[in-house]
Ligand binder design. Sequence first.
Ligand SMILES: [Cu+2]
Length: 222
Amino acid sequence: MTTFATYVITLLCLLLPTMGYCYDLVSEVKDGEGALVENAVITATPLSGEIKKPEKNLTAEIDQIDKTFVDFVTPIMVGTTLVFPNSDKIRHQVYSFSEAKKFEIPLYPPGQGRATPVTFDKPGVVVLGCNIHDWMKAYVYVVETPFFAKTGKNGKATIKDIPPGQYKIEVWHPYIKKSSATVKQPVNIGKESDMKVDFVIDVKKALTVRRAPGSIGGGVYP
Ligand SMILES: [Cu+2]
């Protein structure tokens, strides 16, 4: 497809999302034993390599509730700025030693806007921690495409409004084993039989507790 055609279709997707110019891709992720996998991230990347830069500044947030990062997994596009509200009554300190983004937010009090926002300018996996509460852990997955979605408890994710064309569909999970088959391509967005792409992945069982002592929640996979 020519650049111009892609541009026109993308424009139509934005203006007329209900008129069928763009498509929703549904994915279901299971592990080798058939259990549904939550917190897997599905990405769709155009094989043409043409990715339109977002026109507005992208923002997202990771809150801290009951001494737990919420959400545990946050997929964002490169260039997104994350804010870190603190909904607890105590102070937190957020840091990352990951190659894709190293930073440290000094100890900050409860409330909104008390921590300096952080912009993620490189793709990759960023692991967050809190210096005060050792079990606090979260993952930011920085991707190069605007088309991504995260699986819920039902193991399903829907990427909305993808312009038609050939794509590479990938899955990632914080505990995925390298041996897993994680890429399917080419997938023809717009072709009905290609609009559901499922994955079976090998996931390491969570060995560490990531919740505050005494709180409920969790499961086999975080
Ligand atoms: Cu903390």
